[in-house]
Design a binder for this molecule. Structure first.
Ligand SMILES: *[C@@H]1O[C@H](CO)[C@@H](O)[C@H](O)[C@H]1NC(C)=O
Ligand SMILES: *[C@@H]1O[C@H](CO)[C@@H](O)[C@H](O)[C@H]1NC(C)=O
Ligand SMILES: *[C@@H]1O[C@H](CO)[C@@H](O)[C@H](O)[C@H]1NC(C)=O
Ligand SMILES: *[C@@H]1O[C@H](CO)[C@@H](O)[C@H](O)[C@H]1NC(C)=O
Ligand SMILES: *[C@@H]1O[C@H](CO)[C@@H](O)[C@H](O)[C@H]1NC(C)=O
Ligand SMILES: *[C@@H]1O[C@H](CO)[C@@H](O)[C@H](O)[C@H]1NC(C)=O
Ligand SMILES: *[C@@H]1O[C@H](CO)[C@@H](O)[C@H](O)[C@H]1NC(C)=O
Length: 413
């Protein structure tokens, strides 16, 4: 199997089926070993091979294009039975788009110890994303390295379609842990049509005025969990779009940014329902929104968001700590095409939400008169106004449900 100028060959010394027998594998670059060539086969499992991108020709100077070395490392690791690792060692490596497509024969770990810098040659990104993990099962991305999207120089160019940094599309059973993501050109992590993905212990940072730099966006996916993450960007820390179910967010510290959002919903035709979302044990610091549900009013096909729980959340100087907005319309062009609202929002619990709000309206439940929000619960919601000239309050329209244990001024149900 030729992977670089026909000089690198992965030799299958023994060909076996993983788990059923054992193999000795080695990879060679010309005559030098590329990867840790295992000693004589002794176990009942395959020998893991590490594909170190430096040995495959990458240059750790932050300038030389190392795309090919990374792509070759992926293609080799993905093409072998067994558990193999793509290693990005310490150092700065510049790359363009990386097409990490499966299905893979075995299990691949991408170990990121160094820093990958996303090229600013935008026309190269014809796949739409920077690092695209597509149709891969059992993928692990870990280490303590950094994915630096180098977005600052392209953010002003808002007319261009900019690439997301790390994309998991059609992934089953994935883990992303330990890594840092900074200055994505667009979203930092985008999870789409995936199942059983865990994102934990990641740090995501972009300046507060960077456009569309959502930390993690999840859409059309199920059983996704985000835990112990620190996220501060110019857009939503986490946004959960249509088609998401059984999503668990916990231990996230968010700010600056626009908070943790469900939606928006109703922007496109044939969107799928959102259900069973839990956001727990989070801190929101200096964000424009805390926890938010947003939907357009003029919707093409009906959609329901239900069983949404937000609990044990601390707000620190958040502009709009709790906000449900069924008349979301950032483009301000919705008034003239106000259709029959068909986004249903029901069974939403806000429990044990404390801290401070930068505006008097700590709670806003702005639901539609045609289809009011139902099954809403405000339980132990105690958010105080951080300013001096006014007092905390709730603004609620067309919301039905119960309030218990909350500040009287916020108990609007
Ligand atoms: C990515 O790689 C896969 C598998 O090798 C290939 O089928 C696909 O066309 C590639 N995509 C792009 C955008 O190059
Ligand atoms: C999920 O992926 C991990 C890492 O590759 C692997 O160890 C584990 O066995 C996989 N789980 C299932 C259910 O396949
Ligand atoms: C990364 O994941 C692999 C496979 O699950 C594991 O063996 C390794 O210890 C992990 N490394 C780190 C730094 O977490
Ligand atoms: C989180 O990731 C860092 C590397 O970025 C690592 O040093 C640390 O041990 C990880 N923490 C946990 C609890 O896994
Ligand atoms: C809050 O965030 C804004 C940018 O959104 C920043 O200018 C300001 O310094 C932050 N305030 C605090 C107290 O962190
Ligand atoms: C309420 O949430 C805070 C975190 O914001 C947590 O420390 C506390 O234990 C929670 N209280 C209850 C009764 O669960
Ligand atoms: C308090 O805040 C509300 C809502 O923003 C506003 O309508 C009202 O005028 C404010 N009152 C004072 C005394 O500033």
């Amino acid at each position: 199997m030729a992977i670089r100028n026909n000089v690198i060959r992965v030799l299958f010394v023994l060909t076996v089926v993983c788990g059923a027998a054992y193999a000795k594998r080695s990879a060679t670059k010309a005559s030098a070993p590329v990867a840790a060539a295992p000693g004589p086969a002794t176990g009942t499992s395959c020998h893991p091979v590490t594909f170190d991108i430096i040995e495959l020709g990458a240059t750790a100077d932050g300038k030389t294009d190392s795309t090919k070395a990374l792509q070759d490392a992926w293609d080799a690791a993905c093409g072998m039975d067994g558990e193999h690792t793509v290693l990005i060692p310490m150092g700065d490596f510049m790359t363009g788009p990386l097409n990490f497509s499966g299905p893979c024969k075995g299990y691949v770990t991408i170990q990121l110890d160094g820093t990958l810098l996303g090229s600013n040659d935008i026309p190269k990104y014809n796949q739409g994303n920077w690092i695209e993990i597509l149709h891969v099962d059992n993928i692990v991305v870990n280490g303590s390295g950094t994915l630096d999207g180098q977005g600052a120089s392209v953010w002003e160019d808002e007319c261009k379609v900019l690439p997301n940094s790390l994309v998991l599309d059609f992934v089953n059973n994935g883990t992303v842990s330990g890594i840092k993501l900074v200055n994505a050109k667009f979203f930092h992590i985008n999870v789409y049509k995936s199942k059983e993905v865990t994102i934990k212990n990641v740090t995501i940072t972009a300046v507060a005025d960077s456009p569309n730099t959502d930390g993690i966006h999840i859409g059309d996916s199920s059983e996704i969990s985000v835990a112990d993450a620190t996220i501060g960007t110019g857009d939503d820390c986490i946004s959960i779009g249509p088609g998401s179910e059984r999503i668990n967010i916990q231990g996230v510290t968010c700010g600056p940014g626009q908070g943790i959002s469900i939606g928006c919903m109703g922007r496109f035709k044939d969107e799928k329902d959102i259900t069973d979302i839990t956001v727990r044990n989070c801190v929101l610091r200096n964000t424009t929104n805390g926890v938010r549900i947003k939907s357009y009013e003029d919707v093409l096909s009906p959609i329901t968001a239900s069983k949404l729980t937000f609990e044990n959340i601390k707000m620190e100087e958040v502009a709009n700590p709790i906000i449900v907005d069924q008349k979301y319309c950032p483009e301000k062009t919705c008034a003239d095409k106000k259709g029959a609202n068909t986004v249903t929002i029901k069974d939403v619990t806000f429990r044990n939400i404390t801290g401070t709000s930068m505006t008097p309206e700590a709670v806003s439940l702005l639901c539609s008169d045609q289809l009011p929000c139902s099954g809403m619960e405000l339980l132990d919601v105690n958010v105080e106004y951080a300013g001096k000239d006014n007092k905390t309050m709730a603004v609620c329209t067309n919301a039905k449900g119960v309030s218990k244990g909350s500040l009287e001024a916020l108990a609007c149900l």
